[in-house]
Design a protein around this ligand. Structure first.
Ligand code: ADP
Ligand code: ADP
Length: 549
């Protein structure tokens, strides 16, 4: 127990073995009696990117709102607000003293990118150009628009933008402002890896070249690692209390988070560590083939988008990762396999364009649409008679954190809750092949690591064959035995390469992006090399983009 609840943690998300010393002090803010309390605050620094890493519901947004001057912290005294002067007194002698003095004096200017970009259309009528021109305070808009590839949608109404387009427009709008502090609440949702790297570089440049303070909440660990100079880890009991640690180096912060143990705080935040393998998985030379598919083509409309698939084989009991930019045909390929779409041509069958793989496929689409008026438990028990068994509870419901939402209606679920139910539903079905399109979407960092290990364990224990399309490189690294790489020109034409080894696949994929990774010495997790660093140049010249020798 954590000292707040008498019983075992009701959220089952985090095992807390001792009362953190921070909790003996007053919180920075408490929303009300028995309401959420936040302990500790992040400290933004000029010329630096400060990251916050932790699950949702732990107070990250509350902290950002305090630093943005939107929320006056009450130091735990929710009945009578102490006011900024007393808050300043409480932070005297800390790194935050000057910052809080400026907030009190109204001298801090802040630009903030909201977490849920999908809500932007509700508060803005007009097109992209109109939205962006209002924010162009540094005269850098043209460059932002070009680097974030926003040109094609400049005249488009904000209502008609896709998630990925909205995310890039919101980033441009925030970074175009001329303020002291920039708060970015998640930069990667809906973006592919190339776009994520670009966004990270733009944020770093603004910090380094213009000496601005950047505070970023992010759940994609590879990108957070690239982005941040220092990191605050946030832990606690989601919905009950959260603790924001003092700053750690970004390397140590992520390593400790993955290890499940925070060194300075002497705090275990997860029973098991997340472990990466250093080397590419061995390519099984004689893995049995589950299914072979021939060369395929598919185009939409009058050839607005054309996909060519190089035929290949999916091996029995492998996890095949699928990577490539947005708009390149990955979901189209998934729908061809499942039979939801008919190919235009199938090599070797001139007459009919039927692709009959003769397989039972359990498919989780990218956009999860389960929203019947039905409870989660009723829905899941209609899929599997394993529902509620101790195996199912341990392997599926536990890691996907379903207990808390079993009695809710599907139509009331948040994006992240719906995603977890959909992953559970996909894995619970009995099938020859499990196909998951973007399982990381809407999940926080802890849910991603839990979902990843649930999928991997399921594959191993049930001898299942799994295809996973995703942009989170840690998820792909932890899951995949082999890789399928898509390339081409997004929204124009795509080519799906045949499945290949992780080493060859990563080399092909990352060469297109001009990004190299090294391995962390302590944890073997992949880390993006600084562009043009010695390792980056060496690995590029060796052609080893991912598994440095
Ligand atoms: P995060 O950004 O880490 O997801 P938040 O700071 O948004 O976390 O929320 C932390 C907790 O505080 C949540 O349990 C949330 O329900 C609660 N909370 C947020 N705003 C309020 C509020 N105005 N009144 C009461 N509780 C709130
Ligand atoms: P990815 O999954 O790699 O992001 P998709 O397979 O979803 O790519 O889409 C590839 C391209 O095909 C995109 O340009 C998309 O807009 C277009 N597209 C997808 N579905 C349709 C459709 N039903 N009609 C017309 N165009 C489509």
């Amino acid at each position: 127990t954590c000292g707040i609840c008498v019983e075992k943690c009701p959220f089952d998300a985090i095992e807390i073995i001792n009362l953190p010393s921070e909790l003996q002090d007053d919180p920075a803010h408490r929303y009300g009696e028995n309401a959420f309390s936040l302990y500790g605050l992040p400290a933004p620094q000029e010329g630096q990117v400060t990251g916050i890493l932790g699950p949702n519901g732990i107070g990250k947004t509350t902290a950002v709102r305090i630093l943005a001057g939107e929320l006056e912290p009450n130091l735990g005294r929710h009945e009578e607000s102490p006011g900024w002067d007393e808050v300043l007194e409480a932070y005297r002698g800390t790194e935050l003293q000057d910052y809080i003095a400026d907030v009190r004096d109204g001298a801090v200017t802040v630009a903030r990118k909201p977490q849920y970009v999908d809500q932007i259309p509700e508060s803005f009528d007009g097109n992209t150009r109109e939205l962006l021109e209002r924010t162009d305070e540094r005269g850098e808009l043209d460059s932002l628009v070009s680097r974030l590839s926003i040109d094609p949608v400049m005249e488009q109404s904000i209502d008609d933008l896709s998630g990925g387009e909205l995310q890039r427009v919101a980033l441009a709008a925030t970074l175009a402002r001329d303020t002291d502090f920039y708060f970015l609440d998640e930069i990667t949702p809906y973006l592919d890896i190339g776009q994520r790297v670009t966004a990270a570089r733009l944020i770093r440049e603004l910090a380094e070249e213009e000496n601005r303070s950047m505070l970023v909440v992010e759940h994609d660990l590879a990108i957070l690692d690239l982005l941040a100079d220092t990191l605050h880890v946030a832990y606690g009991e989601p919905g009950a209390y959260g603790v924001i640690t003092p700053p750690k180096s970004v390397r140590n912060g992520i390593n400790e988070y993955l290890a499940g143990y925070l060194d300075n705080e002497n705090m275990r935040i997860r029973p098991d560590p997340i472990e990466f393998e250093e080397h590419a998985p061995r390519t099984e030379t004689h893995g049995d083939t589950l299914v072979e598919y021939p060369d395929l083509t598919k185009s939409y409309g009058d050839g607005e988008f054309a996909l060519e698939v190089d035929g290949g084989a999916i091996r029995w009991n492998e996890v095949l990762g699928i990577v490539g930019p947005n708009g390149i045909g990955k979901s189209t390929f998934a729908k061809l396999l499942t039979g939801n779409l008919e190919p235009d041509s199938v090599a070797g069958s001139a007459e009919s364009a039927d692709l009959d793989l003769n397989l039972e496929i359990s498919y989780k689409p990218q956009y999860v649409t389960i929203d019947q008026h039905m409870r989660v438990d009723a829905f899941l028990s209609s899929i599997t008679d394993q529902f509620g068994s101790s195996y199912w509870n341990t392997e599926i419901a536990g890691p996907l954190q379903l207990e808390r939402i079993m009695e809710q209606n599907l139509s009331d679920l948040s994006g992240g809750e719906r995603q977890r139910v959909a992953i559970a539903a996909c894995l619970s079905d009995s099938a020859d092949l499990y196909l998951l399109d973007e399982p990381s979407a809407h999940l926080d960092v802890e849910q991603r690591v839990q979902a990843t290990s649930a999928i991997r364990r399921y594959a191993e224990q049930q001898d299942a064959t799994v295809l996973v399309i995703d942009h989170d490189i840690y998820m792909i690294d932890l899951l995949a035995d082999r890789l399928m790489v898509f390339d081409g020109e997004p929204a124009v034409h795509g080519r799906a390469g045949t499945p290949q080894s992780m080493r060859d696949g990563m080399n092909e994929f990352l060469a297109n992006l001009e990004v190299t990774f090294r391995r962390d010495e302590r944890t073997s997790r992949p880390r993006i090399n600084k562009p043009d660093s010695q390792l980056d140049r060496q690995q590029k010249s060796d052609g080893e983009y991912y598994y440095a020798p």
